[in-house]
Design a protein around this ligand. Structure first.
Ligand code: NAD
Length: 255
């Protein structure tokens, strides 16, 4: 049923930063289509429960950002279910380890399909269902967005690409009153970073926290609230930008 309440789509919202964002939106009265990827073990019902606990409204929708049809149907669900779309958040992402000799064309293509083309599909589908006005955020990373990371060239390339994509989308959609920005998270404790094979794992995160000026790694809520800001009237003149959320990690000088 159509309503005047704002509506958001979030890919990868069954866990981590996406889940925290759904809960953030619930607190603001923004209705959400919770994107969940059935290939992963995360429980979208947990996100929905937290949203309801915060007094919000949401629906769960299976989406695979590797498929244009799937992402188009995901964005359409916002309009079918809640009557409009105001915010599109391209949050879904994967992280894989591969040294250069291991980085086959297939591994490269699989990574870019999710972490870069998946973002394009989400922003493009979001724009198709927004009227005049709205905002989009894509989730980049300090890996690629700021730093290089050994054994993660494909991930870093995708995350750097997200920044160019967002700048161009911002220029193209500005005349329609649609803003597009990126967040660049540092080390945030989520299922992705807790994976000891492809990322730092619990012990690596604990160690890394000591080297961060803020003294610890970040929480998903601390990125979600920044995405919330970028998709709010408070950021009404901010577009084409990227905001680092890293507890000071990237500004610390190392001898
Ligand atoms: P996460 O693993 O909890 O979230 C990623 C989500 O993407 C998962 O819910 C997963 O199911 C979903 N996903 C994976 N493949 C998908 C597909 N094909 N289609 C749809 N959804 C798919 O980890 P997170 O840290 O919350 O990740 C959110 C975003 O933040 C990612 O883009 C990630 O690269 C980025 N990021 C995370 C960190 C960090 O330290 N955690 C740092 C920088 C950037």
């Amino acid at each position: 049923m159509p309503s005047e309440t704002e509506v958001a789509i979030i890919t990868g919202a069954a866990s981590g930063i996406g889940r925290a964002l759904a809960v953030h939106y619930a607190g603001r009265g923004v209705k959400t289509v919770i994107g969940t990827f059935p290939g992963d073990p995360h429980d979208p019902e947990e996100t929905l429960m937290l949203v309801k606990k915060s007094g919000g409204d949401a629906v769960i929708h299976e989406v695979d950002v590797r498929s244009t049809d799937s992402v188009d149907a995901f964005a359409r669900r916002a309009v079918d279910e809640f009557g409009r779309l105001d915010y599109a958040v391209a949050n879904a992402g994967i992280l894989r380890n591969a040294s250069l000799p291991e980085l086959s064309d297939d591994k490269w293509a699989d990574m870019l399909d999710v972490d870069l083309t998946g973002v394009l599909r989400t922003l493009r589908a979001g724009a198709a269902h927004m009227g005049s006005g709205g905002a989009m955020v894509a989730v980049s990373s300090i890996a690629g967005g700021v730093y290089g990371w050994e054994e993660h060239a494909h991930y870093a390339a995708a995350k750097a690409g997200v920044l160019g994509l967002v700048r161009s989308v911002a220029v193209e959609l500005g005349p329609r009153g649609i803003r597009a920005n990126a967040v660049i998270p540092g080390l945030i404790e989520t299922p992705q970073s807790l994976d000891p094979v492809n990322s730092l794992g619990p012990e690596g995160l604990e160690r890394a926290g000591h080297d961060i000026p803020w003294g610890r790694v970040g929480r998903p809520e601390e990125v979600a609230s920044v995405i919330g800001f970028l998709t709010s009237p408070a950021a009404g003149y901010v577009t084409g930008q990227s905001l680092v959320v890293d507890g000071g990690l990237t500004v610390k000088m190392r001898a």
